[in-house]
Ligand binder design. Structure first.
Ligand code: NAD
Length: 529
């Protein structure tokens, strides 16, 4: 099978009674396991769970009184031990070969598919992801496995290239890069952790996954699946732990060859700086892949279809409470449409259901934790001092909720217009013309996603040419990129590297080797092998 035969995992259809019932049963089962204290994450080293680190409680962000389980953070010794043991496993994992590793990663997808409701239910409870979003996260994880497995199979056979001279043979092949450190965020706790990890593994790199502190339980479930699928126990380590400590230590280790990070700009920059320092014993540069944030804008043209545009903005800005790197946090409306659009948007956003992620009707779930909630509430209070707020309502209690909030006429110099907040908070501003709207949209340090709602073919063509983002969406929402169809990733300060879920992604995890042989031998020596 080639990558062109790839098919995406279909989403569950929660309009069907039986699918809703099955999902509710999965939630009940995970909660029963939590009540029986069966959910635990701990360092997984050489296939064994290690328990000597400090244990921390995991709480449901929708219901802080509910304790889901415990996570044991890795120790500093375990971080060093990990890199040493992964370095020792390099040859064995390389020798498994691309084709067999691809089969193993395909098996990871098979196992995740069999447990899809259970994995999504755990995500609903641990990350506060509403049902549909959690299901989409699992599907994306399955897609990454299937897609990268297909790409890896194509990397197996050395590629014959054109000769330059008669009798010359040129061959390009790929070898693993070395020990890979994967550091993942909490907002796509399965899909992103899985995508980065299986990309590194399928290319033959022994890999350690350091998941975000907030979503260690789902990472532990994923780690168990990797081993069950056949990843060699010495080629994969899971190290739950504090980013500033364990993450930084893994990055700094001289035997680390590759760092694959998704998260905030501040941490990404630290990693880039730390990885660039060379120790005397080091004989390689560390390769760093960074997928960072965005300050994504949607432009509403004066002829836009408001029915589509309101729906598209709502989902892009408030789906998963705005906690997506691709989320829309700026809306720029061409001035003839400004008041009418803002009125429609504000009324519709006011009707969104805010509540616990485990309730099927919830549209806007909680923020990931109380720290995030406090940070966002403070930012809103501060902005109220100098901006006009058009939508704000008291959030539900019991979890880390923030209700959808909209500020209007936000100047392009304001902090809320320029900095990523990662919350259901939207800035809206008018533009004199479509040209002006594009100028405002592009005036950002980030270049991740963007969107345009317009019925004008010439404006859509102009956006295709001039809207400087990695993923541009026309007349639709701007989140939810699909593996293999919409390779995902930005430029400027949104990241460094190839697009995830795209045909070039795996090339970052290997070293290319070209061998040129002159086959026009002079003489014949049959006695030599
Ligand atoms: P974060 O940067 O706080 O944490 C990400 C990971 O880095 C966590 O595992 C954390 O423990 C670890 N970490 C923290 N400090 C570290 C250090 N000094 N050294 C090494 N590791 C360290 O980000 P977050 O809050 O988990 O995620 C939200 C951010 O991620 C947002 O900025 C969002 O835009 C971004 N994001 C980007 C993409 C993308 O594909 N571009 C996707 C999802 C999220």
């Amino acid at each position: 099978m080639s990558p062109s035969s790839f098919r995406n995992e279909p989403l569950l259809d929660f309009s069907l009674h039986q699918e809703r019932e099955r999902f509710q049963r999965a939630l009940d089962e995970v909660r029963a396991q939590a009540a029986a204290q069966q959910l635990r994450a701990a360092p997984l080293l050489q296939g064994e769970k290690k328990g000597e680190g400090t244990a921390h409680q995991v709480r449901n962000p929708s219901l802080h009184s509910e304790i889901l389980g415990t996570v044991q953070y890795a120790t500093s010794e375990q971080a060093d031990e990990t890199i040493t043991s992964l370095a020792a496993a390099q040859e064995e994992w390389r020798a498994v070969g691309f084709a067999r590793r691809a089969e193993i990663i395909h098996q990871v997808a098979v196992l995740m598919r069999a447990k899809r409701e259970e994995l999504a239910a755990l995500m609903v409870l641990e990350a506060g992801k509403p049902w549909g979003e959690a299901d989409a996260d699992v599907c994306e994880a399955i897609d990454f496995c299937e897609y990268y497995a297909l790409l890896a199979k194509e990397m197996d056979a050395p590629k014959a290239l054109m000769p330059f001279l008669n009798g010359e043979q040129n061959v390009l092949s790929y070898a693993p890069k070395g020990v890979a450190v994967v550091i993942s965020p909490w907002n796509f706790p399965l899909a992103i952790a899985c995508g980065m990890t299986v990309a590194a593994l399928v290319c033959g790199n022994p890999t350690v996954l350091k998941p975000a502190e907030q979503t260690s339980l789902i990472a532990a479930a994923f780690g168990a699946i990797l081993l069950e699928a056949g990843v060699l126990p010495n080629a994969f380590t899971l190290l739950p732990g504090v980013g500033e400590e364990i993450g930084a230590q893994l990055v700094a280790n001289p035997a680390t060859s590759l760092i694959c990070f998704t998260g905030s700009r501040a941490v990404g920059l630290q990693i880039l700086q730390q990885a660039s320092s060379l120790t005397p014993e080091q004989r390689h540069f560390k390769r760093v892949i960074l997928e960072l944030g965005g300050k994504n804008a949607i432009i509403i043209d004066d002829d836009a279809d408001f029915d589509d545009a309101v729906k598209g903005v709502l989902y892009s800005a408030f789906g998963f409470a705005g906690q997506k790197c691709s989320a829309c946090s700026r809306v720029i409306v061409v001035k003839e449409a400004y008041d009418r659009f803002l009125d429609r948007l504000t009324k519709a956003a006011g009707d969104l259901i805010v509540g616990p992620a485990h309730e099927p009707a919830t549209y806007v779930g909680p923020l990931i934790d109380e720290e995030s909630q406090q940070r966002v509430l403070q930012a809103i209070e501060k902005a109220k001092g100098d901006l006009t707020i058009t939508l704000s309502s008291p959030p539900p209690t019991g979890g880390s909720f923030v209700s959808p909030t909209i500020f209007r006429d936000v100047p392009d110099t304001h902090e809320l217009w320029r900095e990523e907040l990662f919350a259901p908070v939207l800035c809206v501003a008018p533009a004199d013309t479509f040209d002006d709207a594009l100028r405002l949209a592009n005036d950002s340090a980030y270049a991740l996603t963007g969107g345009v709602f317009s019925r004008s073919p010439s404006h859509l063509a102009q956006a295709r040419e001039q809207f400087a983002v990695g993923n541009l969406y026309l007349n639709r929402s701007i989140t939810g990129a699909i593996v293999g169809r919409q390779p995902f990733g930005g430029f400027r300060l949104s990241g460094v590297g190839m697009k995830a879920g795209g045909p070039d992604y795996l090339l970052q995890f290997v070293e290319g080797r070209t061998v040129t042989e002159n086959t026009m031998r002079k003489g014949f020596t049959p006695e030599l092998a």
